[in-house]
Design a protein around this ligand. Structure first.
Ligand SMILES: [Zn+2]
Length: 100
């Protein structure tokens, strides 16, 4: 068998494992795609990159701690968070009726 094929066969489980773990860690940082890619390529180094450098979670405006996306109240300072903008950005349309 081709030696290159043997090397790839031996590396495949590590690549898959790295990608799976990276994806799980990425899900903690709202960045599953990057977690899978970097975990598969770099293994544990990629996991660290995703955990430390690729954190996409929103930041609390009051205490600057990372909070869950969609959270209404910060779990650190217990203050209300700014509501997330709607998914489809468009012209500002006030929902409250302005008619007297
Ligand atoms: Zn906070």
């Amino acid at each position: 068998m081709d030696s290159a094929a043997i090397i790839i066969m031996n590396l495949a489980p590590f690549i898959v494992f790295g990608g799976v773990v990276g994806g799980i860690l990425g899900s903690l940082r709202c960045n599953v795609g990057s977690g899978i890619v970097w975990g598969a390529i770099l293994g544990p180094i990629g996991w660290l990159m995703v955990l430390v450098l690729m954190d996409r979670r929103p930041v609390c405006p009051h205490c600057r701690e990372r909070v869950k996306p969609g959270a209404v109240i910060c779990r650190y300072c217990q203050r209300p968070l700014e509501p997330l903008p709607p998914e489809a950005p468009g012209p500002l349309a006030p929902e409250s009726e302005s008619g007297a």
